[in-house]
Design a protein around this ligand. Structure first.
Ligand code: GLA
Length: 385
């Protein structure tokens, strides 16, 4: 059955419906109090290199927000939030078609696993045994290795209010011990939040650190740099890194440094400062140790685009957040609407346990044992001044 444009109303207007009107099947719908429809539509979006179908699910909250999510890598390919006049604006980087997502060198929008961020020297010890994982970032392993969860086909299931994606990572995949069953549920909240619930179990002791690698530009994707965005991060400390961007294991107070975002600062205000850590990261590419310390959902960061008045609040129950200013983007990727993506045209706020925790006993543990449940939640919530 097709929904026609009038029935779908404002929430489903714009690119999602225009592009998919012929193929999309509405699969779950509820009428919201605004008259616009909340629900999920899906359609086929591409084929994996080995010929499997990649589907796109379009979630709408009936309040003007929508998210396009594909089963490859659980990637958020578009996230539209209403502007002052209610028109949806896409605030995340991404590609217009499936094929560039097969490589996706910058991890646009992707689910990251089994281990988000870096593992030093691409190895760690667990239960007395040394495990070797792929080196895909100099001497280190980044974002789960050469074929992380960002480049796997996930199985989709619609659940009340959202989309549940499942990926079963076999024992030994990318060097990690234990069969890990990962489930990630995306849903949209009534107050324009993208909620991500992560869940995993294992059949052997393993390490796990799941996150999402969406790149945001609150002025709209492809609309210039994010240097004037005002960033606030609720962290008294960050984890300084070595030249391979592996944490030294120390916590460094942000006080008196360009890493002090306890009060809002424009991202560009101090990014070029004569600071060793900024030089090592080519900008901000650091884990902040959140004051909330994890365990309960709390505000980790707030970002505001002064031009549009759009704000993003990140809530998480994780102890850390990687603030990354798109330092490795260089304009060579062409994204949605033919936009080029230069350095610092977007930022990431990746909620996480600390990088290299498997080798740093001083950091909160990322160990998951059989019988335990890995369960965490992050919300990216938008509002408009
Ligand atoms: C993370 C890392 C960065 C970079 C990006 C992906 O944010 O910390 O160094 O690898 O992912 O490009």
């Amino acid at each position: 059955m097709l929904i026609n444009r009038r029935q779908a109303g404002a929430a489903l207007a714009g690119l999602a419906l225009a592009a998919c009107e012929k193929k999309a099947e509405p699969t779950a719908e509820t009428k919201s109090d605004t008259g616009a429809k909340a629900g999920i539509m899906k359609h086929e979006w591409g084929k994996t290199p080995d010929g499997q179908t990649v589907e796109m699910y379009m979630l709408s909250n009936g309040k003007g927000m929508s998210a396009d999510i594909i089963t490859w890598g659980g990637i958020v390919t578009a996230l539209k939030v209403p502007d002052k006049s209610g028109t949806p604006v896409d605030v995340v980087l991404g590609f217009e078609s499936f094929d560039p997502y097969v490589k996706n060198p910058a991890y646009f929008g992707a689910l990251i696993g089994r281990y988000g961020n870096r593992i030093g020297h691409a190895q760690f010890k667990l239960d007395g045994k040394t495990y070797t994982v792929p080196k895909n970032d100099g001497d280190n392993s980044l974002h789960g290795g050469k074929a992380g969860f960002n480049s796997k086909l996930w199985t989709a299931k619609e659940v009340p209010g959202g989309l549940e994606l499942t990926y079963v990572s076999k024992d030994g995949e990318e060097g990690y011990p234990g069969t890990l069953t990962a489930k990630v549920t995306y849903s949209l909240t009534d107050d324009n939040g993208l909620k991500i619930d992560y869940f995993a179990t294992t059949d052997k002791d393993t390490v796990v650190n799941l996150t999402n690698h969406t790149y945001f530009n609150l002025a709209g994707q492809g609309e210039g740099l994010i240097l004037d965005h005002e960033m606030q991060i609720m962290a008294d400390n960050f984890t300084p890194v070595d030249k391979g961007l592996i944490p030294t294991g120390k916590l460094q107070p942000v006080e008196g440094t360009p890493f002090d975002f306890r009060q809002p600062h424009a991202i560009g205000e101090r990014i070029g400062a004569d600071n060793e850590q900024l030089k090592l990261g080519k900008g901000y590419d650091h884990n902040f140790a959140l004051n909330s310390k994890g365990g309960t959902l709390a505000t980790a960061a707030k970002v505001k685009d002064p031009k549009t008045g759009r704000t993003l609040e990140v809530l998480t129950d994780q102890p850390g957040i990687q603030f990354y200013t798109g330092n490795f983007l260089d304009g060579s990727l062409t994204g949605k609407g033919g936009k080029k993506y230069p350095q610092r045209c977007a930022f990431c706020l990746e909620t996480q346990h600390f990088p290299d925790a498997p080798n740093k006993p001083e950091f909160a543990s990322t160990l998951l044992k059989p019988g335990q449940e890995y369960k965490t939640t992050t919300i990216y919530k938008f509002s408009q001044a």
